[in-house]
Design a protein around this ligand. Sequence first.
Ligand SMILES: Cc1cc2nc3c(=O)[nH]c(=O)nc-3n(C[C@H](O)[C@H](O)[C@H](O)COP(=O)(O)O)c2cc1C
Length: 178
Amino acid sequence: MSNFFELINKRESCRSYSNKKVSKEQLVKCIEAARLAPSACNSQPWSFVVVNSEEKSPLVAKCIQSMGMNKFTNEAPAFIVVCEENANLSASLGGLVRKQQYAQGDVGIATVSICFAATELGLSTCILGWFDEKKLIETLKLSKDKRIRLVIAVGYAKNENIRDKKRKSIDEIMTYID
Ligand SMILES: Cc1cc2nc3c(=O)[nH]c(=O)nc-3n(C[C@H](O)[C@H](O)[C@H](O)COP(=O)(O)O)c2cc1C
């Protein structure tokens, strides 16, 4: 795929995955996209736990499901757990002075970079914000103070048709000053 806007349109949240496996190489490429993402003061306040295991992926899925949410994650062959790490001194101080939470924005940018990279590779993703952080930390044996911000389900879509995007209009979201 060569057109960036085609890629933007193709990326959508996938909630039905085929049983085709995802390779380690593909997932590493996705993390490479995150590695190159911009961040405040180049702080790179992130780390990623990649789970691509017939045994462990279903255990991760269980941490993302409750109150009827996210049952579809049972089908996802792989997950990328996106963690927020400490920002560097410049980004921390800048955030304090400017009253901004740069690190959370940085993590979001890295997350969407992963999703676009996955789409470019023919994979499908779903960003997941509904998860039990404590349970995920226990399941993956992460350090207790890990801050998990998002989880990304990754796999091959069962159905490759792209839905129309439901979005606010440009007029609703843009103030144009010239
Ligand atoms: C921070 C964040 C959290 C989300 N959490 C969930 C989730 O827990 N479950 C889910 O099915 N989709 C989740 N989504 C996906 C959104 O519902 C989806 O991005 C939005 O409806 C737009 O649709 P699209 O991604 O198909 O373009 C999340 C997306 C973001 C950015």
